[in-house]
Structure formats: structure tokens, C-alpha cells
Design a protein around this ligand. Structure first.
Ligand SMILES: [Fe+2]
Ligand SMILES: [Fe+2]
Length: 330
């Protein structure tokens, strides 16, 4: 993903860990603790840079792959209005991917390299996008739950210690909140419709609820990157804290729709004010991440084909840039 020396575009990459001194590390941590933003040209520990490259590129890949399950319904959206809204939403996701690739490039990794890592299977994207969209209600459930979970994860990232990431997240979060509302709006309509429409909404909630909870990542005890990311203020809340927030906000929204959350152990704890929830099937999460979800192969095959089909656009853009550069030089 990232090589020392120079990156693919000839920009200097970071120094190896061995050259980092205790003073440098302490000064860096002091800046982070003082809530100063770390910028692209500032010194940073190699592990901080690597963590951000991993997280930001995974985030970008998720935005790009995430267009597929919804793109599946573009031609079958039930009205012109719904189609226009869905199209705008999916285009926003493409934009999120592009901001995030650009923000990650400030860390010295090239977009070509990040894309190559996605296509080779080396880099991951969010497990949620390996589930199929079987009905129109799934588009509602994705907006409500998947974008809803993304907002919970991403609002704290607006205060991330790395400046380019934090700034990219501000606009992304505004757009995510439109996505969440468009999804919920689809479900409000279905739940106020016929018996069959309401059943379709319930079925979508049944299938998307647990995978949405898995979006927050493994439980705190099993999350290997969490503690260091918290110390570096890349992360502000633990996975379990964010998951709990999401459940607390979302269960009343399900009740408003007249839908049942598919968790027999779900219970409101009057003392803490939080919902207690049932056990998450982490084996399913691990299996999907390992490539064995219902749609992993299809998602990657489509992305590879889109990348190959787009080769002429990249060639044309490079040829144009070379021509412009030659004209400038002349
Ligand atoms: Fe997004
Ligand atoms: Fe979104």
C-alpha cells in the first residue's frame, strides 16, 4: 500500500520508524493533546500515517463500492422523484470517495496505489456493502440504517486530529444526513401504505439491522487499533459507544414506523437510559470480511470491470495533461 522513499508520483514518503526519536513522538503527542490539527507537511509518526492511510482508503473504497447495492435499484425506483433523489444520493457517494482519495493522497500514497490495493483484494471496504438489495424497501433501510450508522461514525471524524480528513468529513456529514432522511422517508411512505408495503419494510429491517450494528466494528475488547487511534485523536469514541448511540437513536425511529427491531433481547434500561441489545453474530462479520458474504465476488467483479472500462478516460485525461504541460513548457 505504501512504500518508503518516494511514492508513485515521486513525492517524498515518510521516514522509517527507526528514525523517530522520543522527543519527536512526545512533541507530536503534545500537539495532538492540545487539539492542534496535524497537516500534510507536518512531521508525524510513521504508524500514525499508516493508520490514516489504511482508515481513509478503506473509507474511500466503502463509498465507491457502496454505490453498487443502491445502483441496483436506479432503473426500478417507483417514481421519477424517487429516481432523481436516489441518483443524487449515489452521486454524492462517488464524491465522498473522491474527496477521501484526495485527502489520503496528502499522506504520500497515490490514488493508483489505493485503487490497485482495492482491486487486488488487499484493501478492505465496509462489510455492509456485501449484502444484496432485494426490494425497494432495502433502499429505504440503507439510507436510514447504513447512512445513519455512517453518520454516527463520521460526525466525530470532523474533529479528527488529521486536518485534511477532518475537513473532508464536514461536507460528507452534511450529505449523509440528507441520505439518512431520504431513506427514512421511503420507509415512512411504505409503512403508511398497504399491508404488503409495510411487510416489505419489516423484511428490509429484519435483514439490515444486524449488519448495520456490525458497521461499528468489533467490540472494544477485540478492536486491535482502537486504543492507539483514541490516543492520537483519530477516533473520539469507542466502537461499542458509537454502536450504543446508534441503537438508542434508531429504536424509537423504528417504533415510530410501527416496525419491530429483530432482537428478542432488546430492552430499554430505565436506569441508564440506554437500550440493552442481544448478542451480535461476530462470526458472520468475520466471514463477510474474509470475502464470503452474499455479494463479495459480484461487488469486486463489477468494480474491476468498471475500472477496466474506464481505462480510456484515464488515458485521455493523461494525454490531455501531457499536452497542456508541453504547451506550458513551450
Ligand atoms: Fe457517503
Ligand atoms: Fe451516504
Amino acid at each position: 500500500m505504501y512504500t518508503q522513499g518516494l511514492d508513485q508520483q515521486g513525492r517524498p514518503a515518510a521516514k522509517p520508524d527507526a528514525l523517530e526519536t522520543a522527543e519527536q513522538l512526545a512533541a507530536f503527542q503534545q500537539r495532538v493533546d492540545a487539539e492542534e490539527k496535524i497537516e500534510a507537511k507536518d512531521w508525524m509518526p510513521e504508524a500514525y500515517r499508516r493508520t490514516l492511510i489504511r482508515q481513509m482508503s478503506q473509507h474511500a473504497h466503502s463509498e465507491i463500492i457502496g454505490m453498487q447495492p443502491e445502483g441496483n435499484w436506479l432503473t426500478r425506483a417507483p417514481s421519477l422523484k424517487r429516481k432523481a433523489i436516489l441518483l443524487a444520493k449515489i452521486q454524492d457517494e462517488a464524491g465522498h470517495g473522491l474527496y477521501l482519495y484526495s485527502a489520503a493522497e496528502t499522506l504520500g500514497v497515490s490514488r493508483d496505489q489505493m485503487v490497485a490495493d482495492l482491486l487486488s483484494g488487499k484493501a478492505k471496504y465496509s462489510s455492509i456493502f456485501n449484502y444484496p438489495t432485494l426490494t425497494w424497501a432495502d433502499i429505504g433501510a440503507i439510507g436510514w440504517l447504513v447512512d445513519g450508522a455512517a453518520i454516527m461514525n463520521q460526525i466525530p471524524l470532523c474533529r479528527c486530529s488529521y486536518g485534511p480528513y477532518a475537513r473532508a468529513m464536514v461536507r460528507i456529514c452534511k450529505e449523509e444526513s440528507f441520505h439518512q432522511r431520504q431513506g427514512y422517508d421511503i420507509l415512512v411512505e411504505l409503512c403508511n401504505g398497504t399491508k404488503e408495503q409495510k411487510a416489505m419494510a419489516q423484511d428490509a429491517l429484519d435483514r439490515w439491522w444486524w449488519p448495520s450494528l456490525m458497521m461499528f466494528g468489533p467490540s472494544d475488547i477485540n478492536s486491535k487499533h482502537s486504543a492507539q487511534s483514541m490516543a492520537w485523536k483519530i477516533k473520539r469514541f469507542s466502537n461499542d459507544e458509537l454502536r450504543q448511540k446508534f441503537i438508542d437513536v434508531t429504536v424509537p425511529q423504528a417504533e415510530f414506523l410501527g416496525l419491530r427491531v429483530p432482537d428478542d433481547d432488546l430492552e430499554h434500561d430505565a436506569e441508564t437510559g440506554h437500550y440493552r441489545h442481544g448478542e451480535i453474530d461476530w462470526q458472520e462479520f468475520i466471514d463477510v470480511l474474509a470475502g464470503n458474504g452474499p455479494c463479495n465476488q459480484q461487488r469486486m467483479a463489477k468494480r474491476r470491470k468498471a475500472h477496466d472500462d474506464g481505462a480510456w478516460v484515464r488515458d485521455a485525461a493523461s494525454a490531455y495533461a501531457a499536452k497542456q504541460a508541453a504547451r506550458h513548457a513551450a
